[in-house]
Design a protein around this ligand. Structure first.
Ligand SMILES: Cc1cc2nc3c(=O)[nH]c(=O)nc-3n(C[C@H](O)[C@H](O)[C@H](O)COP(=O)(O)OP(=O)(O)OC[C@H]3O[C@@H](n4cnc5c(N)ncnc54)[C@H](O)[C@@H]3O)c2cc1C
Length: 381
């Protein structure tokens, strides 16, 4: 079987590794340089959380991903995932807190619900409100995205995959007995095509009717008065929803800066090809507010900022499936700002589906069919 992968970011790279490992003939195409920073891969670190605020249905995928991250580390002699713990901070009635607790209960995740005085003593880098809940999930930490994607692509190449950077797929079509890609004006036939085009997917597959749309997420890095206080051993990753602000943070990975992000994405990016990764002062306002109000010990001005794209779905859950009547095209996307940690398990599922095997984990909830596609406009069911 000859399979093409369109887009070698988080999901495409892991699928390339899994497919090549299964002995499938893989041709992978990436429009920019391999492991580039415009989409979901740039920005030095990605949170890995197991007690999952997006819902306990993800926990089996997260546990499988953790095993596969370790497998990729050992196959490529690289250090990709550091589990230094993770804090979820919020108010007791918050949906995110409820889902984190549900995940913990259903899957017996090693954790501690901290008393607020204890949280203040142990994590003076945060300013806690006495009404807040603080949950420490010991199975959380952070990933190194550029290293992870490069490692998976290198491993896939070693296992026989042919990967083509700086090669844009212009069109995809299922026709006759094959799936066809147009590249540089000429057509190439494959048995199956995996479309993992991230924020560009809607551009490439107009059949989706705009159901997956590109949005910008911004990251900023701040110096600290005492950088040792923000080292991974002392500063777990965190996600926080306080006073309507959704923020997250990663310890100092290289020993000089602390990364703080805002989980609320920017407006829909209509023209992904004209995307501007620069961050304006206006876009930084929320991050500045978070630094000032909820954290202690960070300088107010970022020393580095960057903007990146991800594809969002209407219900913020990913989609996995075939377009109606196009069983040779498998579409995986819409990870809505939280997909990186899941990538190896999703790559494995892509491999199983392309080989017409039953997926090893339940993914029915993420079926593409839940997005009703009618008259060129799509709605979540
Ligand atoms: C700033 C930011 C912070 C995030 N933080 C986290 C986090 O902490 N934890 C977490 O788990 N997730 C996080 N995410 C989400 C995660 O990174 C994404 O959900 C994930 O990368 C999506 O993977 P993907 O493969 O769908 O898209 P991508 O990784 O963006 O890959 C898509 C690839 O397809 C390529 N492509 C598109 N069109 C074509 C074409 N026509 N021809 C060839 N190639 C093409 C693109 O160039 C791109 O490389 C974050 C995302 C962003 C943007």
């Amino acid at each position: 079987m000859k399979v093409a992968i369109v887009g070698l970011g988080a999901m495409g790279s892991m699928a390339a590794w899994q497919l090549a490992q299964a002995g499938v003939h893989v041709e992978g195409y990436e429009q920019f340089g391999l492991a580039h920073a415009r989409g979901g891969v740039g920005g030095e670190s990605r949170l890995f959380r197991t007690a999952y605020k997006e819902g306990p249905q993800y926990v089996p995928l997260l546990k499988r991903s953790r095993q596969l991250w370790r497998e990729l580390e050992s196959q490529t002699a690289s250090n990709l995932l550091q589990l230094n713990g993770g804090l979820t901070i919020g108010h007791p009635g918050d949906e995110a807190i409820a889902k984190v607790l549900e995940s913990i209960q259903q899957f017996d995740i090693e954790h501690q619900v901290l008393d607020i005085e204890d949280a203040r003593q142990r994590f003076p880098q945060h300013r806690f409100d006495p009404q807040e809940v603080v949950i420490l999930d010991r199975e959380s930490g952070f990933l190194r995205p550029e290293l992870a994607v490069s490692a998976a692509l290198r491993r896939a190449t070693d296992l026989g995959a042919n990967l083509h950077g700086h090669t844009r797929v212009e069109a995809i079509e299922q026709r006759g007995d094959g799936a066809w890609l147009r590249i540089d004006g000429s057509e190439r036939r494959f048995d199956k095509v995996l479309v993992t085009a991230g924020a560009w997917v809607d551009h490439l597959l107009p059949q989706l009717g705009g159901s997956l749309y590109a949005r910008k997420l911004i990251l900023s890095w701040f110096p600290a008065r005492d950088i040792a206080a923000f080292a991974p051993e002392r500063f777990p990753i965190f996600t926080r929803r306080s006073q309507g602000y959704f923020s997250f943070g990663v310890p100092s990975v290289e020993g000089s800066m602390v990364k703080i992000g805002i989980s609320t994405p920017g407006p829909v990016v209509e023209d992904v090809n004209a995307f501007d990764s620069q961050i304006s002062e206006h876009e930084l306002a929320e991050t500045r507010h978070v630094i000032h109000t909820f954290l202690s010990g960070l300088d107010p001005d970022p020393v580095r900022t960057s903007g990146h794209l991800d594809a969002f779905s209407p219900d913020r859950h990913c989609v996995i499936g075939h377009l109606p009547g196009e069983d040779r095209l498998l579409v995986i996307g819409g990870f809505s700002g939280h997909g990186f940690k899941l990538a190896p398990a999703i790559g494995e599922i892509a491999c199983q589906l392309l080989r017409e095997q039953a997926p090893g984990l339940a993914v029915g909830e993420f079926a593409l069919e839940r997005l009703a596609i009618c008259n060129g406009s799509a709605h979540a069911l």
